[in-house]
Design a protein around this ligand. Structure first.
Ligand SMILES: Cc1cc2nc3c(=O)[nH]c(=O)nc-3n(C[C@H](O)[C@H](O)[C@H](O)COP(=O)(O)OP(=O)(O)OC[C@H]3O[C@@H](n4cnc5c(N)ncnc54)[C@H](O)[C@@H]3O)c2cc1C
Length: 390
């Protein structure tokens, strides 16, 4: 599995790369494109797909493999309500808009790729597991209501009616009926196939090490092996590595890595301990139709360290077990860690950079899977020729 910091290779049936065609033999050196996209995570691939659909000639360069960054480990929640934080109303607005538009994006992509992405709109149940947590959850529920979000308070018995696998200690819950989820690995695979069908090359093992200067701005990138790709636009979709030294100083966005550890468990399809997203104060569980249950996630300021730690795994398992005791019966398939690209105000960056020729699509922090189509729209808008500055 091509993700960061993984202690065990993932089930090969689940990997991204089994779907990704080998495109590395394509001619690249000296090629001229409308846009070169740096990074083959969910943001870069979605931007490339939208740009190609808008008629642009595009290629993607990825130093590792498709999904090697945060996108390959993400849980795939499409959950504006669960992610709502007081003071982040602008982000909430973007997340709500993105969630509303997601089904249409999924339908288009699945039809273009001829593959399913594991999209499910089953809602999310946030649960409190003791009296203190119930008070805190009540406060969050009031906030939801004051923000006009779909959020319903449920008694413990109603919670257990909806999710019989919940611990008897459940002290109440909040149902967010509009939340959804997707399998990010299937999403990445579908994007790679859709790009292949659209004739967009994805070059894996192609690390960008320099910007090509052009008339005071940028005119493409140079790779570690010396090859050059000339492009009117360089789309920076390098995730947590976006504040890279290869960019001109003034073009470097303020993005830092925030580590997240996550577990993948496996049970029989259709008989997992929960049937929708279940979230407690400290963890969330995301069930998939194929029998996978994702348990996430830690939030750690550890720089570029992406190791899986015993403490991280312990915390995730302990808290997941508190909510859904039957997880103890599931197979532990994988523990991995990824680096979320975070900005100082937690808002994503998508649009023209401060250097001519540079477009940024980064900083999507906890919501990159949800916000990828919105980022792609902003990037394509920034590529409109009449808006080009001299
Ligand atoms: C544990 C965890 C759980 C998450 N859960 C969710 C969730 O439920 N819902 C949600 O919406 N979001 C979630 N996120 C956040 C989401 O994963 C990220 O916001 C999103 O994946 C960012 O995508 P990206 O394409 O910007 O970055 P990445 O996926 O990190 O991709 C960046 C790519 O750029 C490449 N790259 C970097 N530098 C270079 C270079 N110089 N040359 C070539 N290539 C380069 C990297 O190798 C990498 O593949 C989660 C994140 C984590 C870590």
């Amino acid at each position: 599995m091509p993700a960061q910091g993984t202690w065990r290779e993932a089930d090969p049936r689940q990997t991204v790369e089994r779907h990704v065609p080998d495109l590395n033999d394509r001619e690249l050196d000296g090629e001229a494109y409308d846009a070169v996209v740096v990074g083959a995570g969910v943001i870069g691939l979605t931007c490339a797909w939208h740009a190609a659909a808008a008629g642009h000639r595009v290629c993607v360069v990825e130093r590792d493999r498709v999904g090697a960054g945060a996108s390959g480990v993400a849980a795939g929640m499409l959950a504006p309500v669960g992610e709502a934080v007081p003071g982040e109303e602008r982000l909430l607005e973007q997340n709500l808009k993105a969630a509303k538009a997601y089904p249409e994006f999924v339908a288009r992509l699945e039809s273009a790729a001829g593959m399913e992405t594991g999209y499910r709109a089953d809602g999310a149940l946030h649960v409190a597991l003791d009296r203190d947590e119930a008070e805190e959850l009540r406060r969050r529920h009031e906030q939801h209501r004051s923000l006009g979000l779909a959020s319903e308070w449920l008694t413990p018995s109603r919670c257990r009616e909806l999710e019989p696998g919940l611990s008897p200690s459940c002290a109440g819950g909040v149902l967010a009926p509009d939340e959804a989820s997707i399998d990010p690995r299937r999403l990445l695979a579908a994007l790679a196939v859709a790009l292949e069908k659209a004739g967009v090359p994805i070059h894996e093992g192609a690390e960008v090490t320099a910007a090509l200067p052009h008339e005071g701005g940028m005119g493409g990138v140079r790779l570690a092996d010396g090859r050059e790709i000339h492009a009117r636009w360089t789309v920076l979709a390098a995730g947590a590595w976006s504040a890279a030294k290869w960019l001109p100083d003034e073009g470097r966005p303020a993005v830092r890595p925030v580590k997240g550890q996550v577990l993948r468990l496996r049970g029989r399809p259709g008989s997992l301990p929960c049937s929708r997203i279940v979230a407690s104060e400290r963890v969330y569980m995301v069930p998939r139709a194929d029998g996978e249950l994702v348990v996430g996630a830690t939030v750690e300021e550890q720089g570029f360290d992406d190791s899986v730690t015993a403490g991280g795994v312990l915390e995730l398992l302990r808290e997941a077990f508190r909510a859904l005791p039957d997880i103890a019966e599931l197979e532990l398939v994988e523990a991995s860690a990824g680096l979320r690209p975070a900005t100082p105000d937690n808002l994503p960056l998508a649009g023209r950079g401060s250097v001519d020729g540079l477009i940024v699509a980064t900083g999507h922090f906890r919501n990159g899977v949800l916000l990828a189509p919105a980022a792609a729209e902003a990037v394509v808008e920034a590529m409109v020729p009449e808006r080009v500055t001299a």
